[in-house]
Design a protein around this ligand. Structure first.
Ligand SMILES: Nc1ncnc2c1ncn2[C@@H]1O[C@H](COP(=O)(O)OP(=O)(O)OP(=O)(O)O)[C@@H](O)[C@H]1O
Ligand SMILES: [Mg+2]
Length: 250
């Protein structure tokens, strides 16, 4: 397997806080890599650097063989990296299908609320995407009327509408009711695997990590403290003490 994304020596400090203190990480094509670690460890900071929302003060990020360090988010999306946010970024007053249509149109550089009307092909593509995510029943509902699990899926469907090869998801299950959580993850993993998308996801639920991650990276104070298969990493006493013992249950 070859590295799709390669981060070397990433550093970024906010005042005295080292949010990234020498991050080296290769994300392999086709894998699902989970990022775990306590609050404030720098997990979101890594995603922000990889997607152009933050520029590292040192280090390089290479994607598909080209350096993308510090490139703007829109260019990075165009190259094939999409993301979802800790808090879903849906247009709350629009319906689910309108949100998806806007994402599809933005891929073509069109950022208009009328975009869905422009091309019937986009409507079809949107319906097909909603079907894959099991969102057809809520297609006509406003985004702000959705429960959290459905909102998360809709947010990820928007990211998938950008046709990424790599998707970085910041806490796709946070705020999702425990009873819904596994179904949400099963759906998104099935869609992403079918589409051949490589995925990095920040996760606080160790059951989800154990079941769906090929590898897990443990973040601690801006560094990667452990990296490997979940069965190995989650059994590490230091990880159990420092991460799992204080895992946040959202
Ligand atoms: N834009 C910013 N300005 C100042 N400090 C920041 C900024 N972004 C992050 N930080 C700080 O950097 C550190 C790492 O933050 P980050 O959001 O990456 O952590 P995290 O691992 O995602 O935590 P959480 O699990 O709470 O989401 C924290 O101390 C945070 O307060
Ligand atoms: Mg975070």
């Amino acid at each position: 397997m070859s590295a799709l994304l390669d981060a070397r020596g990433l550093r970024l400090a906010f005042g005295g806080v080292k949010a990234a203190d020498g991050i080296d990480l290769s994300v392999m094509a086709g894998e699902f890599l989970a990022i775990i670690g306590p609050n404030g460890a720098g997990k979101t900071t890594f995603i922000n650097m990889a997607t152009g929302y933050l520029r590292p003060q040192a280090g390089t990020i290479t994607y598909d063989g080209a350096e993308i360090t510090g490139r703007p988010p829109r260019e990075i999306v165009r190259r094939g990296i999409a993301r979802s946010f800790q808090l879903p970024q849906l247009f709350s007053e629009h319906t689910v299908e309108q949100n998806i249509a806007l994402a599809i149109a933005s891929r073509a550089g069109i950022f208009s609320p009328l975009a869905p009307l422009l091309r019937p092909a986009w409507r079809e593509e949107g319906a097909e995407l909603l079907e894959r995510f099991g969102l057809l029943p809520v297609a006509r509902q406003r985004a702000d009327a959705l429960n959290e699990g459905t909102r998360k899926l809709a947010d990820i469907a928007m990211a998938v509408a950008l046709k990424p090869r790599l998707l970085l998801m910041d806490e796709p299950t946070s705020g999702v009711a425990a009873s819904e959580k596994m179904a949400v993850v099963e759906t998104l993993v099935r869609v992403l695997r079918q589409a051949g998308v490589t995925a990095v996801f920040v996760e606080h639920d160790m059951d989800v990590v154990e079941r769906f991650a090929d590898r897990v990276a443990v973040w601690s104070q801006g560094r990667i403290a452990a990296l490997g298969p979940p069965a190995e990493v989650l059994a590490d006493p230091a990880v159990q003490r420092d991460v799992i013992g204080i895992a946040r249950h959202a």
